[in-house]
Ligand binder design. Structure first.
Ligand code: FES
Length: 154
């Protein structure tokens, strides 16, 4: 699975190829918005311009889907590496900086450290769904077993 390496937060998050960057960040509890966006955002419609992220390494810019027409319009006065998280789909592993407008004092050091350990490329398609009833039951049994194991740990 592609990995999103969040530079500011210092964490890696796995996602499926094609997932929306904003949705992955919110699901994982990443603070994507500044004060204005926290108080009110458009919910991912590309209208509020508060979900900025910076693709930290220019070489991985193709890891996200191409800029949309909305981004071309809304980001025309912003650096080229900036994206709206709600408009970007993750295609391959990528390093991103959330809230780039805030700045990050040790950004260069963090970026160097983040790029020092390579990101897995990840697959380019979703896993195939199970085809037979036996496979479905096998997967369900595996999930039950792992749930039971987790409960045992608690
Ligand atoms: S959430 Fe409003 S522009 Fe992305």
């Amino acid at each position: 699975m592609p990995v999103i390496r969040f530079l500011r937060e210092g964490c890696d998050v796995e996602c499926y190829p094609g997932e929306n960057l904003r949705e992955v960040a919110l699901r994982e509890g990443i603070q994507l918005y500044g004060l204005k966006g926290t108080l009110g955002n458009c919910g991912g419609c590309g209208q509020c311009i508060t979900c900025f992220v910076e693709v930290a390494d220019g070489a991985t810019a193709s890891a996200l889907s191409p800029r949309t027409a909305v981004e071309d319009q809304k980001l025309r006065r912003r650096p080229q590496g900036w994206r709206l998280a709600c408009q970007a789909l993750v295609q391959h592993s990528v390093v991103v900086l959330t809230r780039p407008q805030v700045g990050l004092p040790d950004k260069e050091a963090r970026l160097a450290a983040a790029l020092a350990s390579p990101l897995p490329a990840g697959p380019t398609s979703w896993p195939a769904p199970p085809e037979t009833e036996a496979e479905v039951e096998q997967e369900a049994g595996g999930e039950e077993a792992s749930s039971a194991a987790e409960e045992g740990r608690l």
